[in-house]
Write a protein that binds this ligand. Structure first.
Ligand code: ADP
Length: 153
């Protein structure tokens, strides 16, 4: 099983899309193992978006990410990192596939509703960045017998 990080960004909170985003990930069969609301301090943004600090849009994006608290979620599942990225869609939301969260719910480049980890190494780092020990939960998901066959788990 993999774990991956999803952030519901300020536009998702302001537009009342928390339930919609969460519902889509839940209905896929993913398991929610952690969730919290948080204000993003400078340090966590600089670390999380370190690959973008030199981009001209970085300062505006940082202000946007601090304009409203975000919701951090950790989702678990077989090959969950790729599965969530497919559900989320590409960065430029107005070109994202219909059926994806970004494709169905947003039009922006900056305002694209959610962040999702893009590979397994980053997912591990990002989950550790946003969740402390004790904030993630192990429990049996009783519907798994109807989500995966035994040899897939
Ligand atoms: P993703 O969120 O799809 O993994 P990136 O890591 O490349 O994409 O970018 C992080 C976030 O920075 C994007 O989700 C988006 O909010 C913002 N961003 C990326 N590129 C641009 C851009 N050209 N203009 C404005 N915002 C951008």
């Amino acid at each position: 099983m993999e774990r991956t990080l999803v952030l519901i960004k300020p536009d998702g909170i302001q537009r009342g899309l928390v339930g919609e985003v969460t519902k889509r990930l839940e209905r896929k069969g993913l398991k929610l193992v952690g969730m919290k609301m948080m204000h993003l301090e400078d340090a966590i943004i600089l670390e999380h978006y370190a690959h973008l600090v030199d981009k001209p849009f970085f300062e505006g994006m940082k202000q946007f990410m601090q304009s409203t608290p975000v919701i951090a979620q950790c989702w678990e599942g077989v090959e969950a990192v790729d599965a969530v990225r497919i559900i989320v869609g590409i960065t430029k939301a107005r070109e994202a596939d219909a059926g994806s969260i970004r494709g169905d719910l947003s039009m922006g480049f900056q305002c694209n509703v959610v962040h999702a980890s893009d590979n397994t190494d980053n997912a591990k780092r990002e989950v550790e960045r946003f969740f402390k020990e004790g904030e993630l939960y192990d429990y049996d998901k009783t519907e798994y017998m109807h989500v995966y066959s035994d040899d897939e788990k």
